[in-house]
Design a binder for this molecule. Sequence first.
Ligand SMILES: Cc1cc2nc3c(=O)[nH]c(=O)nc-3n(C[C@H](O)[C@H](O)[C@H](O)COP(=O)(O)OP(=O)(O)OC[C@H]3O[C@@H](n4cnc5c(N)ncnc54)[C@H](O)[C@@H]3O)c2cc1C
Ligand code: SF4
Length: 421
Amino acid sequence: MEEFEKTLTRQQAAIEAERCLYCYDAPCQAKCPAHVPVPEFIQSIRSGNLHGARTLLQSAHPFIETCGRICPEEAFCQSVCTRSKIDAPLRIRELHRFVTDSTDPSDRMELPEVTLGKVAIIGAGPAGLACARELRVRGFSCDVFETRQVGGVPSQEVSTHRYPREVDEREVRFLTSTFAAHVRTERVTDLKPLVAGYEAVFVATGLPSESDMNVEGTELVGVYHARELLRKMKSGAISGAGNRVGVIGGGNVAIEVASMLREEDPTRDVTVVYRRGIKELKAFKKEIEEATEIGVTYQFLAIPDKIVGSQHVEGLQVTQAHLCGEDESGRCSFEPLPGSSFIIPLDTVVVAIGQRVDEGVFPGLVRSDSGLISVGENMQTSMPGVYAGGDAIHGAQTVVEAVRDGKKAAEQIAAFVAGGK
Ligand SMILES: Cc1cc2nc3c(=O)[nH]c(=O)nc-3n(C[C@H](O)[C@H](O)[C@H](O)COP(=O)(O)OP(=O)(O)OC[C@H]3O[C@@H](n4cnc5c(N)ncnc54)[C@H](O)[C@@H]3O)c2cc1C
Ligand code: SF4
C-alpha cells in the first residue's frame, strides 16, 4: 500500500527551510529528547549541503530515518516552534525525512580503535543500538544480544505503511554493521556471565510482554494479543482475523493494530472499543486521524464485561460508561451506567490494554511495583556495572526517548569504566 505522505521535494524542502527563524535559544533542540541540532541541520539544507545535514542528524540521533517517519514531533520539537506564533510550525520531521531520503547512511565516519574494552548490550532496539553507537565512537567494542529481529519494536511491529521495510533495513543494517562487533540471537535471562565477561552491561529489553484481560471468554478461538498479531502481520503472514474485529484499548498499539487489520483487508469492519471518550484516547493524534481515514471506527464509553461465544468469539458484551471527574493521577475517571450492557457482534477480539517488562528474567535486579527495572540518576541498576534504559525503565515511551537513554547510558558507562569501575 502507498504511504500516506510523500517526502518533500527539493523545492518544498528549500521553502520550508527558509521559514526557520534561527531562534538564539533553539527551543526545538532543547525540547527534542535526543537534542537534534535543528537550526544547524536546517541551515545545511538551506545551503544545499545535504550530506552535512545528514551527518549532523545522524551524530545526534542514530535512528533518524525512523524518526523522520514516526516521531511524534507535535509532542516534542514542533510544540515549541516559534514560527507557530506567526503562521504554522516548521515541519521538522518532514525535513529529517527529506535529508535521509536524499542521502545514504553509509557516509561513514572514522571510528577510533577499540581500546576501552567490551560492553554487552541486551536488546537491539532504539535504546540498545543508540548505546552501541555512542560506545563504539568512544572506543568500546559492543556485543549485542537480541531474541527477535534486530531494530526493536519499530522493525518488528510498526506497520510498513508508516515505516517502510527498506527504510528500516537500511538504517538498522547500517547501525549493526558499523557499531556492533557481534549480534547474537539469544534471549538473555541471567546477567552474571555477562557481568563477569564484559566491562559493563546495558539492559534495553523494552516491554516484551502483553497484559491480559481479566474477563470471561479470553480462551475462545478468535481472541488475540495485539502485539503478537502485529509481529505476525509484519513478518508477512496472514493475521487470521475475521471480518468483524473489536480492538480493546485506546493507546498507540490499539490504533496500530486496528489500522493494520484494515489495511490487510479493507472490507473488514474494525472497531476500537474504549472505556473513555475520544478526547482521552492515548494514541498519537496523527495516528488516530490516519486510522479514521482508512475506515477504523470507534465504540467509546464501553467497558468490556465478557467475550461471548461457545468455542469461537461471537461478540463482546460491554457496559456503557459515563465520565466523572478525575482520578488521583489527573486522568479522566469513568463509571458504568447500571443496566446499560449490550453485545457488539464480533468474530475476533484483539486485546491491546498494555505492555509489561519480562518478569521471568534477570533475577537480582531491583524493580518498581509495576515491574519496571529501577535505576538511579546515572542509569545504573541495583547491580554495579549493569545499566538500563528505554521502555524497560520508563514504561511505554517513544523512539526518540529510547535514543536519549541509550546515549546517556553510554556516557555513564564510559565514566564507570574510566573510574576503574
Ligand atoms: C505498536 C507500537 C507502535 C509504536 N509507534 C510509535 C511511533 O509511531 N513513534 C514512536 O516514537 N514510538 C512508537 N512506539 C514506541 C517505541 O517503539 C518504543 O518506545 C521504543 O521502541 C522503545 O525502545 P527500546 O529500545 O527501549 O525497546 P524495544 O524497541 O522494545 O527493543 C527492545 C529489544 O529487546 C529485545 N529483548 C527483549 N527481551 C530480551 C532478552 N531477554 N534478551 C535479548 N533480547 C531481548 C526485544 O526483542 C527488542 O528487540 C510504538 C510502540 C508500539 C508497541
Ligand atoms: S527526533 Fe523527533 S523530537 Fe527530535 S527533532 Fe526530530 S522530529 Fe523533533
